[in-house]
Design a protein. Structure first.
Length: 270
């Protein structure tokens, strides 16, 4: 059974924050339990007020859960404004890339229990992947709140170490962009083989979408098994995979890309 906090404040209702709010309300959170702090609310966010969601409450008091979804570079500018929301009994959940738990506690001096999480953009359609690390002060009940909130926007996993967040950022955080880049590359290859641009993109996009859906429906079937099912020995797919999986191929390229992303995440954390 889902355990929702009685009072929840979300700071930052942009694309990701808005997606989370929508997921919570669809998942069963009472609108009257939610307050949003957003200086430039969209029409969609303002419409939530019609259903009982508080927008930019005038007199903040510490809620059960405070979720931070502002842009990381804006944290310093809003820290003083949001500090009153973080009481000693408040669970702070941050999705700010590069902002460590220690960093957050410095800016929110009364905060004790802090969860640092990394969702990704498919959260907007309820298909996100989120991994998180909780500070030792987080209680079992607070961890369950976190599981409910972040599980409402897709799959959720706990991490054993905060440092693993950088690896999560490199894989699932940026992963959707890698898939989009793969789609672009596949369409570009189709054009170089002589196909018209529109058809090239339709083929590439449909193939990526279909392969992803097939992998989802196959459940626990390893991708390697699915790959081998499409690959006839000595056939056309095998010829292509010999290039993709050869020296300096896709495996090495993805490993180098992920390492670059992880290193940059570590730099951002200071």
């Amino acid at each position: 059974m889902k355990e929702w906090p009685a009072r929840l404040v979300l700071v930052g209702a942009g694309k990701m924050g808005g997606a989370m709010a929508a997921g919570w309300l669809e998942g069963g959170l009472e609108a009257s339990s939610l307050a949003l702090v957003e200086p430039d609310p969209s029409r969609e966010i303002l419409a939530l007020a019609m259903h009982g969601v508080a927008i930019n409450p005038a007199y903040p008091s510490p809620p059960d859960v405070l979720v931070l979804a502002v842009k990381p570079q804006n944290l310093d500018a809003v820290a003083l404004e949001i500090a009153p929301f973080a009481g000693e009994a408040t669970l702070v959940v941050s999705i700010l890339a590069g902002k460590t738990i220690a960093n957050l506690k410095t800016r929110l001096p009364r905060a004790r229990a802090v969860v640092r999480a990394m969702p990704n953009t498919p959260a907007a359609i309820g298909r996100g992947v989120t991994a998180a690390f909780a500070s030792p002060e987080a209680t079992a009940g607070q961890r369950r709140w976190c599981e409910t909130l972040l599980g409402a926007i897709g799959a959720f996993y706990w991490l054993e170490e905060e440092a693993q967040i950088d690896a999560v950022t490199a894989i699932s955080g940026g992963g959707p962009a890698y898939v989009f880049a793969l789609t672009e590359a596949l369409a570009g290859a189709a054009e170089r083989l002589g196909l018209p641009p529109e058809l090239a993109m339709n083929l590439a996009r449909g193939t990526v979408e279909g392969a992803g859906e097939l992998m989802r429906r196959e459940g626990g079937t390893p991708p390697a098994v699915l790959r081998r099912a499409v690959t006839s020995p000595g056939g056309t797919t095998a010829a292509a995979l010999a290039v993709l999986q050869g020296e300096g191929g896709l495996d090495d390229l993805m490993a180098r890309a992920a390492e670059a992303a992880r290193a940059r995440a570590a730099e951002m954390a200071g």
